[in-house]
Design a protein around this ligand. Structure first.
Ligand code: SF4
Ligand code: SF4
Length: 430
């Protein structure tokens, strides 16, 4: 694609990076075939190609974002399915991130939209605040329908619908070192996450149990924070960078102390962001190098488990499992076959879900801010899951787990919980 940025514009590293991305697009439109919003809405401007044009126009002209551009960019799930499909290697993720930051800086959203976004940014990344908010939400659930009648309050209705009826009592907030059982093979830190540790503390617990059982010393650091992806997807660059720097400092201190072989991530959405810290902070004189180092040793739990060569379990479980690959896992991190391989190795019969490339509608705060599209995608995903008639479902992202559990009764577990169970741990009822 031809671009028309001025030399002056290209002196800005963010603009020049986006210009290089735009030049790669050859307008072929292959990406439209796998874009969930184009599939549902059929509008070119809700396709990756259409959004690329909107972003190009906005950035090239150096103009503030307008309502039309914001509307179509807001409808993008950041599922990155288009990146998997694109034959030209267009890095849509960096482009849309830049567009969102530009929107945040130049567009004044309607009052209620601003309030919801501020509330989400002030609550979700902080486990204690999030836990408190979920308690309030569980008490307010009966009033949810009232909000659904008022279009401007739809996000409130969506939030109440997503909130679990009861929160787990147990909290995973143990910090410190969990020693390896037997001979120590590796030493890792786990990123215990923000929303995940509140919504389902069993996931971190299963991770620690499984790793230590296979000779890995696990550290859970008190000073690590949210990965920053929730605010990053709202275009709040400064806040996202603040979170990234806090984590980089905490992990680097540990690397310089007793050393770390890897940083283990059990939420694939966070994994995509942490693996991109190197890019996010590439222009920072203070953190560019350490951010790159952190991104290089960040691993999804399944990537690390592969290194451990877990034994093959011969006695098959009688349960049929459907594996739901989160977008951030398959498109963001390109981890596709590995979780399925580990589950099969652990004795599960793994079924493939039709239209597995399509998003379930979770996408960070998307299911709150764009609840109509999110609901349609959820229903489509559940229909596809039910078509293979599984006893249980596995996934590697708490966002998808929460989204899907609100629409069906088939139990859905994190992959690591099922692997921990298969290799001698306990599995809580869901
Ligand atoms: S990220 Fe997903 S929703 Fe957004 S343009 Fe790409 S395929 Fe479509
Ligand atoms: S598939 Fe890639 S090159 Fe083709 S239109 Fe989409 S983004 Fe552009």
């Amino acid at each position: 694609m031809q671009t028309d940025f001025t030399i002056q514009q290209l002196l800005d590293p963010a603009q020049s990076h986006s210009e290089a991305i735009l030049r790669k697009c050859v307008h072929c439109g292959f990406c439209t075939a796998t874009c969930p919003t184009y599939q549902l809405l059929g509008d070119e401007l809700d396709s990756p190609r259409g959004r690329v044009y909107l972003i190009k126009d906005m950035l090239e002209k150096g103009r503030p974002a307008d309502q039309k551009t914001v509307e179509h960019i807001d409808r993008c799930l950041s599922c990155l399915s288009c990146m998997t499909t694109c034959p030209s290697g267009v890095h849509y993720m960096h482009l849309v991130d830049h567009a969102r930051a530009h929107i945040e800086q130049t567009y004044k959203r309607p009052l209620l939209d601003r309030v919801f976004r501020d509330v989400l940014a002030l609550i979700l990344p902080y486990p204690d605040r999030f836990r408190f908010a979920l308690h309030l939400a569980s008490l307010s659930k009966p009033f949810g329908k009232l909000f659904s009648a008022m279009p401007a309050l739809k996000p409130m209705h969506a939030m109440l619908k997503l909130a679990p009826k009861k929160l787990p009592k147990k909290r995973f907030c143990k910090y410190g070192v969990f020693p390896a059982i037997g001979k120590k093979r590796y030493r890792v830190a786990i990123h215990s996450g923000c929303a995940q540790r509140v919504l389902d503390p069993d996931i971190n617990s299963a991770t620690v149990q499984l790793l230590t059982r296979f000779g890995v010393e696990v550290v859970v650091l008190r000073d690590e924070v949210c990965c920053g992806s929730l605010v990053h997807h709202m275009g709040r660059e400064e806040k996202a960078e603040y979170f990234a720097v806090q984590n980089i400092k905490a992990w680097t201190k540990e690397i310089d102390g007793d050393g770390l072989d890897a940083i283990i991530i059990t939420v694939s959405g966070c994994g995509t962001t942490i693996k991109d810290y190197g890019h996010m902070l590439r222009n920072s004189s203070q953190y560019a190098k350490t951010a790159k180092n952190i991104s290089e040793i960040a691993k999804d739990i399944t990537e690390f488990l592969e290194l451990l060569e877990l034994p093959k379990i011969k006695d098959k479980h009688d349960k049929t499992l459907a594996y739901h690959s989160a977008c951030s896992m398959q498109h963001g991190q390109k981890i596709i076959e590995l979780p399925r391989k580990l589950l099969r190795n652990a004795g599960f019969q793994v079924s493939e879900i039709p239209e597995g490339h399509l998003c379930c509608g979770s996408a960070g705060t998307y299911n709150i801010m764009q609840s109509g599209i999110a609901e349609q995608l959820k229903r489509r995903k559940i229909h596809n899951i039910k078509s293979v008639n599984p006893d249980i479902i596995a996934s590697g992202n708490i966002g998808c787990i929460t989204q899907l559990s609100t629409g069906m009764v088939i139990p859905i577990y994190h992959t690591v919980e099922l692997l921990n169970w298969a290799y001698g741990g306990k599995l809580s009822a869901k």
